[in-house]
Every structure is written in structure tokens, then in C-alpha cells.
Design a protein around this ligand. Structure first.
Ligand code: SAM
Length: 185
């Protein structure tokens, strides 16, 4: 094996190990939303206020965050991601596409104070949604709307549910977080 082959193999091993470790920590791999899901999320996002920041809670490799930053060049888009290599890749994407309005934070959003925002977007897992619901209940960040790919908030009624035209008819949930009446009794 040449030194170059060895270096590539070692790097692949380190990246895979880091991704597996972080996925075990947060309960989900950095699998990106499908193209259909991304299109539907962008469509659903149009119902949010026309001004204000957009947060992506767990932005993975940054594809959706970049689309949002390109669609809304005059708005701040902030992505949170805990996994090192997906985050580094998203920084590269941001640099290549010159998305100056995109801020990518290597940070656990659950332990962060979320800034006021018109919209937050996530694609987590049931446990992650339970933790997010608790954070929203206890900290009451000023976020008007939440769009969640596939997984529902356990304690709120969605304003709308889109169904993707895929084999699972995957749901995309839209919540108004400012409406107390949407909190399940
Ligand atoms: C299924 S991926 C979705 C990626 C992207 N949002 C998309 O839709 O294409 C979920 C991502 O959320 C990240 N994540 C999960 N919990 C997190 C947390 N508490 N803080 C920051 N990132 C988190 C994971 O590391 C993973 O990269």
C-alpha cells in the first residue's frame, strides 16, 4: 500500500468513526432530506413571515441551509450542527457558493440560546423532537414557525401536514409556535 493510499484509508476511517460516534450521541445520522422533502420545505417556508432569521436545527452537510440562504439572500440563515465532518463540508459549500448570509455553527442547538427567528426547520428523530418540544416549552424562544421533516412535535397540533409523494408518504409538519391554542391539552 502506498503512503497516499494509506492516508486516504486512514482519513476515511477517521471520518466514518467521527460520524458514527456523533450519530450515536445525538440519535440520528447526518442523512440529508430528500430532494422532494427539500422542495416541500421550501414551499412550506413561504407561509412564514417575510422578514426575520431562519434557523436549521441540525443542518447536516448544509444542502438545505444553502438552498434557504440562496432563496432568501437578504435574510440571515443560521445552521446548527454537532457532527464535525458534515459541518466542515457545509463550511466548504458556503465558501464555494459565497453564501454570506449563511452562518454555520458547530453547536448543539439544545444547549444553545436560540435567537428570535421567523422560522426553524429540522429533520431529527422522535427523541430529538421530544427534547426540542421541552426546550420550546421551557425557554420559549421567539420563533414563529417550525417545519419538521418526518417527525412530529409530541405536544402540539400542526397547522398543516404535507405528504411527500414517496413510498412512505413522508409527512412534513408545519407548526405555528406562537399559537398557544395549538398546544395539546
Ligand atoms: C437527518 S440529518 C438532517 C440534515 C438536514 N437538516 C437536512 O434536512 O438535510 C439530522 C442532523 O441533525 C444533527 N443534529 C441532531 N441533533 C442535534 C443537536 N441537538 N444539535 C445540533 N445538531 C443536531 C445531526 O448531527 C444530523 O446531522
Amino acid at each position: 500500500m502506498s503512503p497516499l493510499e494509506f492516508a486516504i484509508l486512514a482519513l476515511t476511517f477517521v471520518i466514518s468513526l467521527s460520524i458514527v460516534w456523533n450519530s450515536l450521541r445525538v440519535g440520528i445520522t447526518p442523512v440529508p432530506s430528500s430532494k422532494k422533502a427539500r422542495q416541500t420545505i421550501l414551499q412550506a417556508a413561504e407561509a412564514a413571515a417575510a422578514e426575520g432569521a431562519i434557523l436549521e436545527l441540525g443542518c447536516g452537510w448544509g444542502h438545505l441551509a444553502l438552498l434557504l440562504a440562496q432563496k432568501y439572500p437578504h435574510r440571515q440563515v443560521i445552521g446548527y450542527e454537532v457532527s464535525l465532518f458534515p459541518w466542515l463540508f457545509s463550511l466548504l459549500l458556503k465558501r464555494l457558493r459565497r453564501a454570506d448570509n449563511l452562518l454555520l455553527l458547530k453547536r448543539n442547538f439544545l444547549g444553545s440560546e436560540l435567537p428570535p427567528a421567523a422560522l426553524a426547520i429540522c429533520y431529527l428523530h422522535p427523541g430529538g423532537m421530544t427534547k426540542l418540544a421541552k426546550k420550546l416549552r421551557e425557554e420559549r424562544p421567539q420563533i414563529d414557525m417550525l417545519i419538521s421533516n418526518t417527525f412530529a412535535l409530541p405536544d402540539r397540533e400542526p397547522l398543516q401536514i404535507y405528504r411527500l409523494k414517496d413510498i412512505y408518504k413522508s409527512p412534513i409538519y408545519v407548526y405555528r409556535l406562537t399559537e398557544e391554542s395549538d398546544v395539546k391539552k
